[in-house]
Ligand binder design. Sequence first.
Ligand code: PLP
Ligand code: TYF
Length: 395
Amino acid sequence: RFDSIPLAPPDAILGLTEAFAADTRSEKMNLSVGVYKDASGVTPILKCVKEAEKQLIESEKTKGYLPINGQPDYRSQVQQLVFGDRVESDRIAMVQAPGGTGALRVAGEFLARQCSPTRVFLPSPTWANHNAIMQSAGAPVESYTYLADDRRSLNFEGMLSDLRDKTRPGDAVLLHACCHNPTGVDPTAEQWQEIARVISSQGLIPVLDFAYQGFGDGLEADAVGLHTVLDKCAEAIVCSSYSKNFGLYSERVGAIGLVASNPAAASASLSQLKVLVRSNYSNPPRHGAAIVATILADQELTRLWKTELDEMRIRITQLREKFVEGMAKQAGAPDFSFLLKQKGMFSYSGLTAMQADELRTKYGVYVVGSGRINVAGMDEDRMDWLCGAVAGVLS
Ligand code: PLP
Ligand code: TYF
């Protein structure tokens, strides 16, 4: 019964955030959890979101349930954002989902129930929750080589040979469409061509986790990998999240975009996705999706969103540059210029678990035990102090 239930371990990343909140040192800095912060250290509500919310307060007429697969105008806006005109509409099954996590969970259950004996191949390393989500969904999990031994670049040959040699036709391969979490290491456009070729020739199902569109090189540039895969593969699943690029973390906005090889297969897949949603959370939340749909349906708001997204991306790039410069000024510190090649909020810093511990206890700088740092959590006004702390634990 309940009194014999063992204590579960806390989430490694969210546990650090709790510890950070309880830390009374004023100089503390949180580089652990993956949320964007602006120059004043807050995770802002975008202006386009505030404006859309104002409009929604006026125009919203009901809080009645949404359809199982979500709000129709949200679905069509998001479909346009993810697929453009690349794939015929009648081959796509779109389902609004509660965040990227909800999308991945439903996609995992779909693979486990409808595509068995499909195994899901995850990159090594990957976002820790990928393992947990796929396992909870009942999908057998395997891994493929991703990061090279230097822990700062792609082991491209290793990746391709794993995808060729370890998989069977019908297996699924999860790919971070851009801004790989936790490493920041993305394939180049040419490497995506090769990856897509192998996935197609091996008969694998590409599952693209698209959680950071616009945080790497821009909205279009960040979709290059996805587009390359879609051009070469007749089937795919895209799990997108609007937590980061609309700053809607707590509103739980995401989507599953399943591409089938023909319209009948898309309809059947949609019907099965709806069955899964029904017994899971029944129907998705309205507010966040309504915000995204409102913004994307309005040219002015879309322009404002793109400007604000550019600002976030440029700030992250500048923080990378300032950190690399700051580390170069520290006597004896290793060269951190590899951070400039990496994309999105995250990079592996090369810090060991022990050094990460020391950074926290001695300086109040919180990084994940793997050495992953969230660049977007850096305080630019105290960059020299931060670099001094990192150099302090590295020496
Ligand atoms: N996928 C990756 C790679 C992520 O890093 C995250 C969030 O950190 C998600 C998916 C899920 O995002 P959410 O469920 O908050 O939309
Ligand atoms: O920092 C990361 O990689 C994520 C962030 O419900 C996160 O784990 C935190 C909470 C959550 C989803 C993602």
